[in-house]
Design a protein around this ligand. Structure first.
Ligand SMILES: Cc1ncc(COP(=O)(O)O)c(C=O)c1O
Length: 420
């Protein structure tokens, strides 16, 4: 892949695209929601399907010329059903947030009540934050994790649900490091006659590979992103029981979107095909093993992890005890200088602001795609610690940066690197 046509038309964008290729190759992407898709998914996503309108669904479109669009979308749907065992799948949401919006539109009326996890405790904006449409259109109350354990307190959620009597309960999170008891969340929802939406945006690939428990049997709706722990390119997906199929499909179009981004649907189809191969299970297992190794390494250096460790692909570090004068933002910026890219994150019981919080979140999906194993992730943990402990020390940062360069060179992103 090269950007020669872009360069002819628009050198400024070509420079940015090539710069980004270099940036991705030369840094360690540890933002837990990022990954690297294959060349096959890249090709599908940049295909001529971007030219095609196909409002509607396979076999019932509002436009002509949709035979190949139908093939691609049906393949994505069939493969998704096989991966997650869902009765009905809609692969058209443009993102995970829109997948959630689709579910709300399908079964809620403005003013209905949502119970979801607070953002600073690991929830997501689209679960009803006041800055998001969901917080503006619906009445939202939020639960929290236990501040001592960093884990969900299901009894407390059940009590809160009983008192609040929500119409819909959201499980599934952005910064939660432990397996979720979906069955219990389903029971809590049933007890108050609420819909249960499980948002598996982060763990979509882990669930598909069977290395994380699945909510599909215990939730009315399951939503996800297709670009985090599964490498199917940027997009969203909704799964539901057959009884909600029509409402969900109508909520996506005409409810909230026009024509599907068929090039992205093609990326989903190809990425799902890759995820159906036996190697994907090994990838997902390695992702989790790597996160555990990273977490152990950080703990051995003296950092404190929310919940004490991880069952999935991410770790959440609470800096307050070990480095009370260092914020998550300080660490994020110092790490970016050495080529390790992750994000500052709030921690349960946050005492600073969301912009300058007390924690950092680090994930292993991208490193695992690049072939990092547990030993390499332990070393990355050591490098991270050296920077956390020396955010203002140029000599330390320069040493760490050199080692990051070596690690990046030893783990090329693409066999044939797109032009840079
Ligand atoms: C739990 C959860 N839901 C939804 C989303 C939104 O996904 P997207 O960025 O695809 O809209 C995220 C993103 O990180 C997430 O963590």
């Amino acid at each position: 892949m090269d950007y020669s046509h872009v360069r002819d038309v628009d050198p400024e964008v070509a420079d940015a695209l090539e710069g980004e290729v270099g940036r991705q190759q030369d840094t360690l992407a540890m933002i837990a929601s990022e990954n690297h898709v294959s060349e096959a998914v890249l090709e599908a996503q940049s295909s001529v399907l971007t030219n095609k309108y196909a409002e509607g669904y396979p076999g019932e479109r509002y436009y002509g010329g949709c035979e190949f669009a139908d093939d691609v979308e049906q393949l994505a749907i069939d493969r998704a059903k096989e991966l997650w065992g869902a009765e009905h799948v809609n692969v058209q949401p443009h993102s995970g947030s829109q997948a959630n919006m689709g579910v709300y539109l399908a079964v809620l009326e403005p003013g209905d009540k949502i119970l979801s996890l607070d953002l600073t405790h690991g929830g997501h904006l689209s679960h009803g934050h006041p800055a998001n449409f969901a917080g503006q259109v619906y009445d939202v109350e939020q639960y929290e994790v236990d501040p001592d354990t960093g884990r969900l307190d299901y009894d407390a959620v059940a009590e809160q649900a009983e008192a609040y009597d929500p119409d819909l309960i959201v499980s599934g999170y952005s910064a939660y490091t432990r397996d979720v008891d979906w069955e219990r969340m389903g029971e809590i929802s049933d007890a108050v006659d609420a819909y249960h939406l499980a948002d598996i945006a982060h763990i979509t690939g882990l669930v598909a590979a069977g290395v994380h428990s699945s909510p599909v049997e215990h939730a009315d709706f399951v939503t996800g992103s297709t670009h985090k722990t599964i490498r199917a390119g940027r997009g969203g997906i909704i799964m539901c029981r057959e009884e909600y199929a029509d409402e969900v499909d109508k909520a996506v179009i005409p409810g909230m979107q026009g024509g599907p981004l068929l090039h992205n649907v093609a990326g989903k189809a190809v990425g799902f095909q890759e995820a159906l191969q036996p190697e994907f299970e090994a990838y997902a297992e390695q992702t989790v093993a790597n996160a555990e190794a990273l977490g152990e390494s950080l703990k051995e250096q003296g950092l404190s992890l929310i919940s004490g460790g991880t069952d999935n692909h991410l770790v959440l570090v609470d800096l307050r005890e070990s480095h009370p004068d260092t914020t998550g933002k300080d660490v994020e910026e110092a790490l970016e200088e050495v080529g390790i890219v992750l994000n500052a994150n709030t921690v349960p019981g946050e005492t600073r602001s969301a912009f300058n919080p007390s924690g950092i979140r680090a994930g292993t999906p991208s490193l695992t795609t690049r072939g990092f194993d547990e030993e390499a992730c332990r070393e990355v943990g050591e490098l991270i610690y050296r920077v956390v402990d020396n955010v203002d020390d140029g000599d330390v940062k320069s040493e760490v940066s050199s080692r990051v360069d070596e690690l990046c060179d030893a783990h090329p992103l693409y066999e044939e690197l797109p032009s840079r």
